[in-house]
Design a protein around this ligand. Structure first.
Ligand code: SF4
Length: 352
């Protein structure tokens, strides 16, 4: 079995080449940079001889997964692109390139196929967890967009299928590869991890020492009864414990926590809900609440909120003194918006 180059950092790749006793291991970093930055794995281009080239090709691979679907949805800031890729075992993953304005794009990557967290508003949650993604399978999503589709990406957000902190090895490995100055060189400031509140994961991420990395918590309700209904994780890790974990997560002095709130009409959209959010945020230091209008999926919990309902809730949050950014919904028509990733049929197919 070959090893994927993009599963290594540049240093680890060079070490692996030395360990294997390959000739020209001194060229390994150049080979690595060429592959990750330009999308070509051509040992000849770094001046390796025929025998060494054969050895590298036999041991390492650099293949983009099969593209199953590419769906695009136009929007005022640019197109949203949803890409489905087939993995070696036949399972599919999805990632979404999202326009952020001024020609900048974020890539929302998956860390798992499916998810075991079971959030009631999320399509991926309905699939259950099929499996964890490896470091190479997380990183390859960026390569497939950049080199496969030829599209630029500025930021990486770990908000696709799966709870990233439930796949710590995959996440930490991918952060290292993406951040590696000898390869993709995506700075920590341009990466965001979003969690539903995986307490051990928050602690381990803090210990990993990424001082400039962004962290967001998917809150969606700030009273335990409602949050437990919407997000089963809250039964194991109630709000008091989540808050304590977030207070302890202080990677830098000016750190601002992202607080995501998916607005679901009739479920979490009252003035009291807004007050609960403010109470939860009190004591967390700098926060930025990101309000996300609910995107109905295959088996919707409720409808999408109307514009005046969104504006009213934003006003109630601001009334509480919270800084709020309203997320513009992108890609809802191609099931690429928040909470819409995943393919329940895949799970059914597997069960059959
Ligand atoms: S919202 Fe995130 S954590 Fe919750 S079920 Fe969906 S993918 Fe999993």
């Amino acid at each position: 079995m070959t090893e994927a180059i993009h599963g290594f950092s540049s240093t680890a790749f060079a070490e692996r080449c030395r360990e294997l006793g390959f000739r020209g291991a001194g060229k390994a970093r150049e080979l690595y940079r060429l592959a990750l930055r330009e999308g070509v794995f051509e040992p000849e281009r770094v001046g390796l001889g025929a025998e060494a080239c054969r050895a590298y090709r036999a041991h390492f691979s650099f293949a983009l997964p099969e593209r199953v679907r590419v769906l695009e949805s136009a929007g005022p800031r640019g197109p949203t692109t949803k890409l489905a890729l087939r993995l070696a075992d036949g399972l599919e993953l999805e990632c979404v390139r999202i326009p952020m304005g001024r020609e900048r794009f974020s890539l929302c990557v998956s860390t798992q196929v499916g998810c075991k967290m079971g959030c009631a508003f999320c399509e991926t949650g309905r699939m259950g967890l099929l499996r964890q993604l490896s470091v190479a399978e997380i990183v390859v999503q960026l390569l497939a967009v950049r080199h496969g589709l030829g599209l630029s990406v500025k930021n990486i957000v770990f908000m696709g299928m799966g709870e990233p902190l439930d796949n710590m090895d995959g996440l930490l490995g991918a952060l290292q590869v993406l951040n590696d100055p000898g390869g993709l060189a995506i700075t920590q400031e341009h990466m965001t991890v979003c969690t539903v509140g995986h307490l051990d994961g928050i602690r381990r991420l803090g210990e990993a020492g990424y001082k400039r990395l962004n962290l967001s918590v998917s809150l969606n309700a700030a009273n335990d009864a409602l949050r437990s209904r919407l997000m089963p994780v809250n039964r194991r890790a109630p709000l008091r414990e989540l808050k304590a974990a977030l207070v302890a997560y202080r990677p830098r002095r000016n750190f601002a926590l992202g607080v995501h709130y998916c607005l679901m009409p009739g479920l979490n959209d009252t003035r009291e809900d807004a007050r609960d959010v403010a109470r939860f945020c009190d004591g967390l230091g700098r926060v930025l609440v990101q309000l996300i209008p609910y995107n109905p999926g295959g088996d919707p919990l409720t409808r999408a909120p109307e514009e005046p309902e969104v504006e009213r809730f934003v006003a109630w949050l601001r009334e509480q003194g919270l800084p709020v950014r309203r997320r513009v919904t992108k890609g809802r028509d191609v099931m690429a918006a928040c909470g819409q990733l995943g393919n329940v049929d895949l799970r059914r197919g597997r069960a059959r």
